[in-house]
Design a binder for this molecule. Sequence first.
Ligand code: SF4
Length: 293
Amino acid sequence: MSTATPMKKPDWIKVRLPSDPVFWSTKGLVSDLRLHTVCEEAQCPNRWECWSQGTATFMIAGDRCTRACGFCAVKTAKPFALEDDEPERVAEATRRMKLGHVVITAVARDDVADGGAEHFARTIEAVRAGNPGIVIEILVPDFNGKDEAIQTVMEARPHIFNHNLETVERLTPLVRSRAQYQRSLEVLSKAKAMACGRVATKSGIMLGLGEEEEEIFKAMDDLRKHEVTVLTLGQYLRPSLKHLPVVDYIHPDVFARYKTVAEEKGFRHVASGPLVRSSYHAADFRPELDLGD
Ligand code: SF4
């Protein structure tokens, strides 16, 4: 992996510093309930903004991932056992934060037979029971494409099922070495089919890893062929010199053009911009619009 001097960040990659008391109360609550967030673990550049607005994305099943993707700041290590009371703690945090829309993700747990699917399902059920009317969005690993694991999660009835392609087909082996582009597409279409269409499916792609424009458009087409209707496009930022280098910083105007292209391809909701992440302003998308309720 390259350790060359990092490219200078352009002016449009601006990260705010914490100043709002809500930021600190969000931080305190996450810590009191012994929860992990992808906001912190993945060094998300928006955490000051999101946490100051009283929202966060919970990361369940521990803070140790069994994979070692070249872009991701979450640590790779042998995970600890799943914690039985974690679903209730996520539900309690959601209740205390008064969230109307919660995003829950997890590390990849290739060390357990179902990839952590049952733990995901229990968390969805606990959050729904403790927070009536809430919109539940999950951002899942690929569960190695196992139907039973996807079925387990879908039986808990999330409103939005998100699984990120992360990058274009050609770069997938470099960026997500244990994942497969086609398998990820199939995970998305299987989830939709298992819910008989009663779920919104969502995916995201990071830009700036060396992908060509035609490859981005092909990934959009592939997602649409697999019935995905919500798309996020954001700039890849290198967490450390051990991670993949940034090849390009994509100008905000280009992100705006990609949003138009994606909408023309039939995506119902597109978030596209340098600091967009899977869960950034997630509540702006109302799945009932997608599901026709
Ligand atoms: S964009 Fe998502 S991961 Fe980043 S701080 Fe906001 S909620 Fe957390």
